[in-house]
Design a protein around this ligand. Structure first.
Ligand SMILES: [Zn+2]
Ligand SMILES: [Zn+2]
Length: 625
């Protein structure tokens, strides 16, 4: 792989495209080390010494040039108030001046002790993430890493879990002010509860947190069923993992959900939190993740930012309490991903020599030789871990049913199209050119919808290939990808049947079904936004069910009533995942519409059973014939 030198944007040829890489911004400065909760507190500013030093050392070792740095400064009260209550900010300021003032709003003796200058120091962490986001929004950088950021537990009105002001939530709020849709990925071992609480009612933000289950770890939340409400139902996503889950379960769970969620949601910007406390050696938690897996996760997030978010990616640090052996390597792997640099295998010797003494003093010696860990961090793979790894994959499977539309899941499972395979391994795409105008690139504009679309009962692959697909008809979010998915499905068998509404050469409505096993499964039904509310969806579904069973390629073949096609057994499972992510209707309304559409064509509706029904009370299963 070609190396790019940060500081001197370079071009490279990839496939047929020539792409330009921009160097990321490293957010660090004197204020970073002033966020200090006191001697002996696990979230120690001592981590910046070896951490920033290793980032610099590996950049040089990988052939990178000088690093662009952004020194955080305190955010203003106006900025903090976008997420935090004015009264809470006053309380923080009071404690900041008189740290020994008792206990209020989560501050005081305990996890988040007050300290002199706390308001400014915490506001500077917030300022670092907000400024980095602004640089990304202006197109000055595609990516930024703020190692001191990621204080994801802070709530609007209280401090929590070492966190005073919620810098990831504030950076997200900054992007939302510009109307951009945000995908937040939280890799810290603790649930990203503050960010979820702050943005949980906003359909323009998806929060996806993978963490040790709240049954056994602070903050005690982050279960699959916390999906959100109203128009934001389905935008709070959680992967709670059993203690002992290792790198295999953790990474497999993330890989099975995150790429599909991103492809479906199609964010304008990605914010990620890279707490290193999921590591096997971390003293505060019980997962067994490795730096190897953390690096792979960082590269996955990076690829997603390029593929679906125009390259806009703000990464933060987070927890991580093995400050010498783990945190520096975890940060460095995120940084190398953002810098488009291949990670050197070895930890630079000079770095180890510089920090060996201090690491020894704090009981975290010897420093590792390699950036990646030994398999399973050198721990024996026991039955408990194997069971936890299996459970992680099961939990991801459940979340997937609630987070990913059936069509996208079927495409992956049946080998038609995969959001994971769709990502380029090195994640390189066009660099961000800023988002002055809306970053939402509509796929193809639909023609003026005065005319009634022509309905093709059973579209074959050649016909589909010759038509365009309007934006927001069926998932994934990008119409080009959705078009490719259905084309692959039509070519891939499993008795795939597609009914389409076509106007001016453009598909403005579609129904897709297949027979993965036994019954014909309804996989997707959608209509372009400017064609909705006029019965087109109902008509497409009726035609799909009653007349779509023709010989493939002969649109419009009609089966006589009572024929095999008319009584073919059908099934559909509709969860909160089935929605237009760009403009979702309220959950109750979506459910009512799904019920009405399906009932009208003879489906019997039941509440979904099992874990899906328990997590999503509005989920339905429908059967016909
Ligand atoms: Zn944590
Ligand atoms: Zn990049």
């Amino acid at each position: 792989m070609v190396l790019d030198r940060p500081g001197a944007p370079t071009t490279r040829r990839q496939g047929q495209r020539i792409v330009r890489t921009v160097d990321p911004i490293l957010v660090f400065g004197p204020w970073s080390e002033r966020y200090d909760l006191g001697p002996g507190h696990p979230l120690t500013p001592r981590r910046f010494g070896p951490g920033i030093d290793l980032i610099r050392a590996v950049t040089a070792a990988a052939g990178g040039g000088p690093i662009r740095e952004l020194a955080p400064e305190p955010a203003s009260d106006d900025e903090l108030r976008r997420v935090h209550d004015a009264h809470y900010i006053d309380v923080v300021r009071r404690f900041s001046e008189q740290p020994l003032g008792g206990w209020e709003a989560g501050l005081g003796p305990g996890d988040t002790p007050a300290f002199a200058g706390m308001h400014e120091a915490a506001a500077a962490v917030a300022g670092g993430s907000i400024r980095a986001m602004e640089a990304i929004l202006r197109g000055e950088a595609g990516h930024a890493l703020h190692p001191g950021g990621g204080l994801h537990h802070a709530m609007p009105d209280r401090a929590s879990g070492f966190c005073v002001y919620d810098d990831p939530a504030l950076a997200i709020a900054r992007a939302r002010r510009d109307g951009l849709r945000v995908l937040y990925v939280d890799l810290d071992v603790h649930h990203g509860d503050g960010v979820q609480a702050i943005h949980g009612d906003d359909p323009g933000v998806i929060t996806l947190s993978i963490h040790q289950t709240g049954r056994t770890l602070f903050p005690g939340t982050g279960f699959v069923a916390e999906l959100g409400e109203g128009t934001a139902a389905g935008t709070s996503l959680n992967l709670p993992l059993d203690p002992g889950t290792g790198e295999r379960g953790w990474l497999a769970a993330l890989r099975s959900v995150l790429p599909e969620v991103a492809a479906t949601f199609r964010p304008d910007v990605v914010v990620s939190q890279h707490g290193a406390d999921a590591h096997a050696w971390d003293p505060l938690a019980d997962l067994r993740v490795t730096t190897t897996a953390m690096g792979a996760a960082a590269r996955l997030v990076h690829s997603i930012a390029h593929r679906w978010a125009g390259g806009r990616w703000l990464a933060t640090g987070g927890g991580g309490y093995d400050a010498y052996r783990v945190v520096p390597r975890a940060w460095s792997l995120v940084w190398l991903a953002a810098s488009h640099l291949d990670a050197p295998a070895a930890v630079p010797t000079a770095w180890r020599e510089r920090w060996a003494g201090e690491a020894e003093r704090y009981g975290q010696a010897p420093l590792p030789d390699w950036l990646d860990d030994e398999p399973n961090a050198g721990l024996r793979l026991d039955g408990t871990q194997e069971a936890a790894d299996r459970r992680a994959v099961e939990t991801a499977g459940l979340l997937r049913e609630l987070a990913v539309p059936a069509l996208v899941r079927a495409a992956t499972d049946l080998g038609w199209w995969s959001a994971l395979d769709d990502l380029q391994p090195d994640g390189i795409g066009p660099a961000s050119a800023g988002v002055a105008q809306s970053a939402r690139t509509a796929g193809v504009r639909t023609p003026a919808p005065a005319d009634h679309p022509e309905i093709l009962d059973a579209v074959d692959a050649a016909t589909w290939a010759g038509l365009g697909l309007a934006d927001r008809v069926i998932p994934p979010g990008e119409p080009v990808a959705a078009h490719a998915l259905v084309l692959a499905a039509l070519r891939g068998g499993r008795e795939v049947r597609v009914t389409a509404g076509v106007a001016g050469g453009l598909i403005v409505g579609a129904v897709v079904s297949a027979v993965p096993e036994g019954r014909r499964l309804l996989l997707g039904l959608g209509v372009a936004p400017d064609r909705r509310h006029r019965g087109l969806g109902a008509e497409l579904l009726r035609r799909h069910i009653e007349r779509g069973g023709g010989v493939p390629g002969t649109a419009g073949s009609e089966w006589p009533a009572g024929s095999a096609a008319a009584i073919e057994p059908w099934a559909a499972v509709v969860t909160v995942a089935e929605r237009d992510p760009a403009e979702p209707l309220a959950r109750a309304m979506r459910e009512a519409i799904a019920r009405r559409l399906l009932e009208r064509v003879g489906f019997r509706i039941e509440r979904a059973a099992g874990l899906v029904g328990a997590a999503d009370p509005g989920a339905i299963t429908a059967r016909r014939g």
